[in-house]
Design a protein around this ligand. Structure first.
Ligand code: SF4
Ligand code: NI
Ligand code: NI
Length: 709
């Protein structure tokens, strides 16, 4: 049997199943029954991406099946095989969506099934920074459970996001592989059709970040081929259905690596036979051109970004350092080169062995750096990285920052030999690696002596933090001479540019003006470039000739002009990975803000994913704007339209997070006390009428302002 026969057979088989399933569903629920995946603005994202049509009910799903059928041509040419593969994938999506009818939750632990739009937006930054260098799709049953676990762990150790479909899930569970989105191993489902849930991620990436028009299948495939670093590992024996799905993957640009040797032919760079499963990792990375950054760190446990989200529970906690109960802090200090012995790591106080299992203690670590280009402004930039550095250690968890940190060491890490000095090793290696352009020498002091920590916290750390806060307060858009561009997200969103100013951080929330400044210093030709702001066009909306020129240049001509402070006139574009989105609420003359974590409804009648789908891809959409959480309390937040006084609604959680700073700004700008008490949330209103009643009752200032449109 030829490969063509196998693809066509598989595709026909899936078609038959899908047709049966749709007919049965129509018989049971009627053709008007609504169908959609949950938590997405794209209904059936793959079908929508490929055809531009949003399926809303079972009757339309049946029509969609007809469209899929039309792709299943049967000439023995590669293109026919690929299109049949795509059609097979669409059928898989139809089968999967039927599982979600009536708000059903068809997947249960450990399987995820469909992934929400929010998950994809969260992946934006780590994918562009190379923190997640690739996405592996592992399908089927490995020769042994040990092979399965070893392969998954090998990718995990490289930071690669792993998705699992089929028996490999049980094999990993059997071997006790830690699974879940937090450790970047996502079991999708046991049926082969569950593979569509990762295809759906790739396709939504194109719609969300790439501004690919739904229905432009050519642009879609070009995008996934060029920008989504995914690949497939499919274990033998492959049935024809898997072969057909594999053809679909190849059509999207994802190479398939398999140990199947029967009835398969090799397509260079696309369909690769690797009989030795232990070489799947190397073969896959080579096929997809994925380079792994390695930092060699001398510690007894693994270090990888995949462990960043790992949670250590109380019962597995060897020791905990909790800054909310005892004195703890972390600090970076600039020193003179003569004061530093490079790579010296000192532990002052008892080591972990001297603490009882499960006990709580004080800890402080001070990283001292010296370098000719070092600036004290970079201290906080380095320090904020500690959270990620320490979290990447397998078996160590870190939360918080400054003197409100909490660090947990697991029993397994302790048994593997992890001790206080290894924290120093990690900090040393990462600082030297990530900031080599400015740090010539680095040493680390780790204090576990409680008295010493208390003394240093008060004499050294708190004054240093206070000094920095004063500096941050004095940093305004007016007080600096330059802003910075950030184009990191162009890897996914080719025409997007963030203009980062002291009072407006990047919309991902991860790049402040100081971060951008440090990035520029470290990598002068990198993603953050200096933008001057000498030629003002319009002070009110924050428009400058020099900023426009920069934006035009960095967007490769896609953007002509951009304002810094307006949501209606030339607003800044969004790539898609924004923390929040705000949109105008016409009844109250205000704006509502929704954050990515919020799963409910907003008074605009749209959920976060739906709102978010209206902006992104690097195009300007007046009335809607993506932004960072921190920007909400900024005096520059839509200043042109009157500022934060326009905010009429936010999810409760977000409101609590920003309350302190937002209230302070409202007091300072307008003399309003407890402004957030006037701002609605989902417990008050999810529709405009109820919201308006509430705002009227509270005398919200937006009601008296001029309409924005
Ligand atoms: Fe992307 Fe903007 Fe954040 Fe840079 S600042 S990483 S371009 S969202
Ligand atoms: Ni104290
Ligand atoms: Ni982005």
């Amino acid at each position: 049997m030829t490969l063509f026969d196998r693809v066509f057979n598989g595709s026909d088989a899936v078609y038959g199943l899908t047709e049966g399933a749709i007919n049965a569903a129509i018989e049971k629920h009627g053709a008007d029954k609504e169908v959609s995946f949950p938590n997405t603005a794209y209904s059936l994202p793959c079908y929508y991406g490929v055809t531009g049509t949003k399926v809303t009910n079972l009757g339309e799903l049946k029509d969609a099946l007809g469209v899929a059928k039309s792709l299943m041509t049967r000439e023995k040419r590669l293109n026919d095989a690929f299109m049949s593969g795509v059609a097979t994938a669409l059928c898989a999506e139809f089968i999967e969506v039927l599982k979600y009818i009536d708000g059903a939750e068809p997947y249960s632990e450990p399987c995820y099934g469909h992934l929400a739009d929010a998950v994809i937006r969260e992946l934006g930054v780590p994918l562009v920074t190379g923190d997640i260098p690739g996405v592996a799709v592992i399908l089927g049953k490995a020769p042994t459970a040990d092979d399965a676990a070893a392969l998954v762990k090998s990718y995990q150790a490289q930071g690669i996001l792993v998705t699992l479909v089929g028996d490999v899930i049980d094999q990993c569970a059997e071997k006790g592989v830690n699974m879940g989105a937090g450790v970047r191993v996502i079991p999708l489902g046991k049926d082969v059709t569950a593979v569509i849930h990762v295809v759906s991620v790739a396709i939504r990436a194109a719609l969300i970040f790439g501004n690919v028009a739904p229905g432009d299948a050519g642009a879609l495939m070009k995008y996934t081929f060029e920008r989504v670093p995914a690949f497939v590992n499919a274990f033998a024996p492959l049935d024809d259905v898997v072969v057909a799905c594999g053809a679909g993957a190849i059509a999207l640009g994802f190479p398939v690596i398999t140990n199947e040797t029967e009835n398969i032919f090799r397509v260079p760079k696309s369909l690769i036979v690797q009989e030795d499963v232990s070489k799947f990792n190397a073969t896959s990375l080579e096929a997809r051109d994925i380079k792994i950054k390695i930092t060699d760190i001398n510690i007894p446990v693994a270090f990888a970004s995949a462990f960043e989200g790992e949670i250590i529970r109380r019962k597995n906690m060897q020791v905990e350092f909790d800054g909310s109960r005892v004195d703890c802090f972390e600090l970076v200090q600039t020193k003179d080169a003569s004061e530093i012995e490079d790579h010296k790591i000192e532990v002052i106080g008892p080591d972990f062995d001297e603490f009882e299992f499960g006990s709580k203690h004080s800890i402080a670590y001070i990283v001292e750096v010296a370098g000719k280009s070092m600036q004290s402004d970079f201290e906080s930039v380095f320090e904020r990285k500690f959270h990620s550095y320490i979290n990447c250690i397998e078996g160590v968890m870190h939360t918080g920052q400054r003197d409100m940190i909490r660090v947990r060491i697991s029993d397994t890490a302790f048994q593997a030999g992890f001790r206080a000095k290894h924290i120093g090793e990690v900090l040393y290696a990462k600082i030297k690696n990530d900031f080599d352009a400015v740090v010539d020498k680095c040493q680390v002091k780790i204090y576990t002596d409680a008295e010493k920590v208390t003394e240093l916290r008060h004499s050294l750390a708190i004054p240093a933090f206070n000094k920095r806060d004063d500096r941050l307060k004095s940093l305004t858009d007016e007080s600096v001479d330059v802003y910075y561009s950030c184009i990191l997200c162009q890897a996914f969103s080719p025409s997007h540019v963030c203009v980062v100013t002291p009072e407006r951080l990047g919309l991902c929330g991860a790049v402040s003006w100081l971060d951008a400044k440090a990035t520029n210093e470290l990598e002068p030709t990198g993603p953050c470039q200096v933008i001057t702001k000498e030629r003002v066009i319009d002070e009110r909306i924050g428009e400058y000739e020099d900023v426009n020129e920069a934006v035009k240049k960095f967007s490769n001509g896609a953007l002509e002009d951009v304002s810094l402070y307006s949501i209606m006139e030339k607003p800044m574009t969004s790539c898609g990975c924004f923390e929040c989105i705000c949109g105008i609420e016409p009844f109250s003359n205000g704006v509502i803000i929704a954050n990515r974590e919020y799963a409910g409804m907003t008074p605009l009648g749209m959920t976060f994913p739906e709102l978010a789908s209206m902006t992104g891809g690097g195009v300007q959409t007046p009335g809607f704007m993506g932004h960072g959480k921190h920007f909400i309390a900024s005096k520059k937040f839509m200043k042109a339209e009157g500022g934060i006084e326009r905010i009429v609604w936010m999810p409760k959680d977000l409101k609590e997070q920003v309350a302190e700073r937002l209230n302070a700004t409202a007091k300072e700008l307008y003399g309003i006390d407890n402004f957030t008490d006037m701002v609605g949330d989902e417990t008050i209103a999810e529709d405009p009428e109820t919201l308006l009643e509430f705002l009227t009752e509270k005398g919200h200032p937006a009601l008296g302002m001029e309409p924005m449109m």
